[in-house]
Ligand binder design. Structure first.
Ligand code: AMP
Length: 403
């Protein structure tokens, strides 16, 4: 088969991240990023991995997503990887919210676009940008399959007992209020990669996946199927994150409105952008927080302790949900790099069969690896996530099936 390349696009409101992969060996041919779209100081950074050439950077205004994608296409063409190549099999798009409807990666047509648009009220920050990316790519290559891969899809298997909030059913349904979960592409990839690390089939293992990046979420995966996750209607629920509060008493919002005199938009900004680690200590980068703790900074220490306490509660909760746990997998920026977070999260959980080996935990690396002692009942693992590869894999599998 000659068409073996997949372009993965992750379109944000003012940015587009992209990777071109060759699915014969899952190798990356090019990676890049367009930032500050719509501003005078837009920037394009392109690394042509296929040619081994240096990273190219260009600065200057890029007016909109259409101009951004055309600029990306020009960079790729310069490396002989143009979007008009017959070797390009499809474009895979990250779409944040697929609601209840999209349980699988889906080839985009007008009906699919309309449905993604209908979900904008529950994903006002993400879906509009994702849609713009799809529309732009479609206009550029109308003949090519455009595949939407949804962050929510992996979580659509959650039972109603986990997916519903305990609020009036009619009101919830009228406004499509339920727990959708996010980071699903990462949870799917990492839970499968963890099974592989254990030398077992995904159907045989129960895994707690801890995706700890600037956004953070946990999931309980039973035999390859998600049965619970910590994010909800929006990515605000659950763990303490870089700038998001995670779980709070919903009455905090009434209190801030009635007593604090804040508007709904101000509270939204407070909880999504000014809370979490940044709200607690002024920093959201775990490296900086660890540095401050080493210097004796009490606020940084409290922020770390709150972060760990919440994480530990979710590990315990998902242990109870799963009944039997074969592995706990740490992933994303914090999970893959912060050994202190991993050690603290499982400290004291020895009676649950959970422990890390100090030596193994301190080793750095890019490969999936076990950090639990050899005789541990539950494997603790570091499993680097690869959302772009997962999007490309799902996209390629779908277009091969439908062609
Ligand atoms: P992500 O959203 O997955 O890109 O993760 C970004 C976050 O990972 C940053 O905000 C840091 O808190 C954290 N991070 C990245 N590198 C390190 C590191 N070497 N040590 C500790 N934390 C890190």
């Amino acid at each position: 088969m000659s068409s073996s390349r997949v372009l993965v696009l992750n379109s944000g409101s003012s940015s587009v991240k992209y990777q071109l992969l060759d699915m014969r060996d899952s190798g990356r041919l090019a990676v890049g990023l367009v930032e500050r779209i719509g501003e005078r100081s837009s920037r394009l950074k392109h690394t042509p991995l296929a040619t081994g050439g240096p990273t190219r950077e260009s600065n200057g205004p890029i007016a909109d997503h259409d101009a951004a994608l055309k600029a990306v296409a020009a960079e790729l063409a310069q490396d002989g990887l143009g979007l008009d190549s017959p070797e390009l099999a499809a474009i895979g798009h990250r779409v944040v919210h697929g609601g209840k409807h999209f349980t699988e990666p889906t080839v985009v047509d007008d009906t699919v676009l309309a449905e993604i648009e209908r979900l904008i009220p529950v994903a006002p920050l993400h879906n509009p940008a994702n849609l713009t990316g799809i529309r732009t790519a479609r206009a550029l290559r109308p003949d090519l399959p455009q595949v939407a891969v949804f962050d929510t899809a992996f979580h659509t298997t959650m039972p109603e007992s986990a997916a519903r909030y305990a609020i009036d059913v009619e009101t919830a349904d009228a406004h499509r209020i339920r727990r959708y979960g996010f980071h699903g592409t990462s949870h799917a990839y990492v839970s499968r990669a963890t099974a592989k690390l254990l030398g077992r089939a995904p159907e045989e293992v129960n895994v707690i996946v801890l995706h700890l990046g600037n956004g953070a979420s946990a999931s309980a995966v039973r035999g390859g199927v998600c049965v619970d996750t910590s994010m909800g209607l929006t990515p605000l629920e659950g763990l303490v994150m870089g700038t998001r509060s995670g779980d709070t008493d919903p009455a905090v919002i009434f209190h801030l409105a009635r007593v604090g005199g804040m508007s709904i938009d101000e509270i939204d900004t407070l909880l999504n952008k000014k809370s979490g680690l940044v709200g607690l200590c002024g920093d959201n980068d775990m490296r900086e927080i660890r540095r401050r703790i080493d210097e004796g900074d009490a606020r940084a220490k409290l922020a770390f302790d709150i972060y760990i306490h919440r994480l530990k509660k979710y590990i315990g909760a998902y242990y109870a949900v799963l009944g039997r746990v074969d592995a706990v997998a740490f992933t994303a920026g914090v999970g893959e790099n912060a050994a202190e977070v991993r050690a603290a999260a499982v400290a004291g959980l020895e009676t649950l069969g959970l422990a890390v080996d100090g030596g193994l935990n301190a080793v750095r690396g890019d490969e999936p690896r076990l950090i639990s002692p050899a005789d541990a009942r539950v494997a603790v693992a570091v499993v680097p996530t690869d959302e772009e590869l997962e999007i490309a894999t799902q996209t390629y599998a779908l277009v091969r099936k439908t062609n």
